[in-house]
Design a protein around this ligand. Sequence first.
Ligand SMILES: [Zn+2]
Length: 381
Amino acid sequence: MTVLSDATLVLPVGVVQGGWVAVSAGEITAVGGPERSRPRDPDVVDLGGRWIVPGFVDLHVHGGGGQDYGGARPDTAGAITALHRAHGTTTSLASLTTAPLDEMVRSAAALADLVDAGTLTGIHAEGPFLSPAHAGEQDPAAMLGPDPDALDRLVRAGRGHLRVLTLAPELPGALELVKRAVEQGVQVAIGHTGASYERTLAAIEAGASLATHLFHAQPGPTQREPGAVGALLEHPDVTVQLIADGVHLHDALLSMVFRLCGAERVALVTDAMAAAGAGDGRYRLGGREVEVRGGVALVEGTGAIAGSTLTQDAALRRTVDAGVPVAEAVTALTSTPARALGLGHRIGALVPGFTADLLVLGPGLEIDGVMVSGAWHRAPR
Ligand SMILES: [Zn+2]
């Protein structure tokens, strides 16, 4: 057993100073505050007031460290996961950008192997049923109209590990596809869309439950047309993804969405591409050339903002700097995305019986330690 003592804990009930967490056999076995005597154990790590928070959960990430999940080789995928883990992400989906269907099917099959091997938690297909008019960094030429056979091919290739599908609800046949995906255990996220408010609500009623990077690659609301953004913000059953990098989203909107939706409905994602953790330069994202300058990724020739170079520890700091309380920002990085994945009963909170995925953070919320399933990936100094 390991006991981490004298820590500032972010618990489901709020922030507790002078707390401790006991870990054994890969699980959190007990959690307490200063009033509760901690188990006596030779292996006590005194954290001197530093934070302990649950490990982060990323619902939307394409790559990092110079690599892209689209290639889906075990060594490169392992390197991507390791890069983000060093920045606090202990549970991750791998996001596939829109590509020709055969290529997406091949990538999904390769990623499913990596889920079986424990490298990843699941797969997110960002497309191919998206609106070419709102392609953003995605390749409009590879986009398809909603097609049950194409969906079934992706689901079969994923062997139960395709967890999220992003689609545009205004496409003909999209509502039937939402139902079909949900029936097969795939959560539907609305994104890369120009759908109306009413059409978006219809997709939510059909079973869609997530918003892919809200505000990005979709028109904003106007006084007469709340649009997809209005419906996704409003509906209590929807979890909205935000990219808190100060580039995709203004800090004022970031904190406003927390006030409007509550942290229980906000998932802070990275949407990171290969350049995350790899510096400026030229990269491929899906099939497209992307140039990164000053940490901002732009699609060659279009100037569109591509995926981010964000990591989740930086998203935490940015969100707190935007005025969101630490406990709420942590909720949006941990329990909210864990629940969105149907894993809220075993990850995303410092609760006895949960997997011991946790982070030690310094006073500036920088990563000091990363524990995955009870083993230090990086031990705190
Ligand atoms: Zn993406």
